[in-house]
Ligand binder design. Structure first.
Ligand SMILES: [Zn+2]
Length: 295
């Protein structure tokens, strides 16, 4: 039978040895606040990406093109909407998500592992540029720093506003066509959160970040109240070997592996380390942008 499990990534080739060694190496450079922000932004994106698969499958949304790209676009637009509502540092968090993909691409290259050109997913470096393009396209007049930091060339950048508008309109269509009845989630909860124990290295810290963020609870409630889902959905935080997140329509379960959070923590430390030793680690954030050209 054809598998119906949709994962967020094909990054399985990257090993745990690398993960553990690097985590020890960079322990000295820990800046907990930025690490927490980086990890949680990536957790939220990954959850939203899987929730997008849920919506596509359960509501039978029309998808022309690759489902994985659609899921990334839904997650990026949803993340921008969420940050606008909560007042969270939007550009920093979206950059954390984009940077995560760029770093994954670089790590594959560093390990001399062949890139998964055949994969369901768009290549990591393309996911980086796609997210950058949507975020820039949402407000091109005020986000030129994103072009500078990412190196997104004019050939693509001139279409980013259109790409954003198309994705935004599709999102609006989704809400208009499939909006739930704003029911009380206590009465008819369709979305269930399950937390397994997290025994991983750094598991205690990651667990406290996850639980205090209330991100899973907020997203579960959003899914529950904004959409009329035809059946129950489980979001399960679980111990599994590979760092991944996936949607399995056979069991109607999103599985989020704790090891993916460890992976994000590792990436956070790598990004911090790269920025500390490089002059080209610019920020997307308006406030941090001086207008001075960066080398
Ligand atoms: Zn996916």
């Amino acid at each position: 039978m054809m598998t119906r499990t949709r994962k967020i990534t094909a990054r399985l080739a990257l090993g745990f040895a690398l993960l553990t060694v690097a985590m020890v190496q960079h322990a000295y450079a820990a800046d907990e606040n930025s690490e927490r922000q980086f990890v949680l932004a990536n957790v939220e994106f990954a959850l939203l990406h899987e929730i997008a698969h849920v919506l596509i499958w359960e509501l039978k949304l029309p998808v022309f093109g690759r489902e994985e790209d659609a899921a990334d676009n839904i997650a990026t637009i949803a993340l921008m909407m969420t940050y606008q509502q909560t007042g969270a540092p939007m550009l920093d968090s979206l950059q954390a998500v984009a940077d995560g993909w760029k770093l994954e691409w670089q790590l594959v290259a560093d390990d001399e592992i062949e890139h998964a050109y055949w994969d369901l997913h768009t290549l990591e470096i393309q996911r980086y540029y796609n997210i950058s393009c949507l975020v820039y396209g949402a407000d091109p007049a005020n986000r030129t720093q994103i072009l500078e930091v990412t190196g997104l060339p004019t050939e693509r950048a001139e279409f980013c506003q259109e790409e954003y508008n198309t994705a935004q309109q599709a999102m609006q269509w989704l809400f208009n066509q499939h909006s739930g009845t704003q029911k009380s989630s206590e009465n008819s909860s369709r979305v269930h959160l399950v937390y397994d124990a997290n025994p991983t290295l750094d598991g205690k810290k990651l667990d406290s970040w996850l639980r205090s963020s209330q991100i899973p609870e907020r997203l579960a409630q959003m899914l529950d109240t904004r959409f009329d889902l035809p059946r129950d959905i489980t979001i399960s935080f679980a111990r599994c070997k590979d760092p991944n997140a996936s949607w399995d329509s056979n069991t109607s379960t999103i599985t989020f592996c704790y090891s993916l959070m460890n992976r994000f923590l590792y990436l956070a430390r790598e990004v911090a380390s790269a920025r500390a030793t490089s002059v080209d680690g610019g920020s997307w954030n308006d406030a941090a942008y001086t207008g001075e050209p960066r080398r």
